[in-house]
Design a protein around this ligand. Sequence first.
Ligand SMILES: *Cc1c(COP(=O)(O)O)cnc(C)c1O
Length: 383
Amino acid sequence: MDYRTRILHTGKDRDPHTGASSIPICQASTFAQDDPLVFGQYEYARGSNPTRDALEHTVAVLEGGSHGFAFSSGMAAISSVLLLLKTGDHIVVGEDVYGGTYRVLTKLFNRWGLRHTFADISTADRVRAVIEPETKAIFVETPSNPTLKITDLAGIVEVAREKGLLTIIDNTFMSPFLQRPIELGFDTVIHSATKFLGGHSDLIAGVVAVKDKELAHRLKAIQNTFGAILGPQDSWLLMRGIKTLAARMEVQQRGAMKIASWLSGNPLIARVYYPGLETHPGREVHERQASGPGAVVSFELLTVEAAHAFMRSVTLPLLAVSLGGVESILSYPATMSHASVPPGERQARGITDSLVRLSVGLEDPDDLIADFGQALKKAAGGR
Ligand SMILES: *Cc1c(COP(=O)(O)O)cnc(C)c1O
């Protein structure tokens, strides 16, 4: 069956007891047992709950894994996965991962003796160069945030297999509709489900998918012990969002392509980052491992002042943190997603103060282009 069909007919897509077309929200913390010695399928809802169960099953189907896990946020998912490691271990991390991932490693996990190296790991040779004897895992994001830099996933898998390392990817920007890393040999796939999976800017959630049974067993124990689980209401809402993932991604991606092309021909734009553009570095690698460029476009204006004026003058996109919603969202990495990355490091990674990031929604792209056109004119006039 086609992916679009599989993600709707997951095997846990209707209520087994009533036939209801959506899995009911099971708002219970505990489940009565018939026998004090032999527990039923459900026991206490931190461990599992029928609504979260159905979502977790869906997540496994989405990513082609054997097990899915739902957490209270993308950061809870990332942190829970990092708990697979221990004091003294070392992790290699792509240099331009999400700001929150940077923060949790440099401010929290470092205090417990988990060492990290941020590096350009876009090719197998670059990964090899930063592996240490205590390296246990590689964490990557591709396309990266916000400069959409491409990392060769096959290269990471190659080195990880040589050295016996755990591979972890934050797949938020692509969604499983466009990129399924488990099929490429990755062990662990994480999403901030707040973004494209939820898709409606009305939910904070994180999910993880894995294929290996033993890894699933360890993660299940961490999820139940650490306890950063997603509640039944939000589990239901996330399943509801996932049902339209394919339809949303296709339309949003088409809009992003049109807008990126328009931006790259505009003299008031200094630079456009989008893996769908001919000129994007790493485009060929991206096309090998993903089925489309996605719906996030970053671009740089000619000056910092112009960037500020542009953001103040647009009327259609939400000027906000986040991405992946049905409405377009414009954000300013310097003060929003990447505020926790020190300014010097930000500059070195191309996250200048004139860079903005656009998550394209379901609006007509021509309406967005018209709005950007008027905002750019205002921004240029104000210089
Ligand atoms: C938003 C985001 C996160 C964090 O997710 P939350 O749901 O906000 O906790 C992690 N990674 C990426 C790429 C993100 O965009």
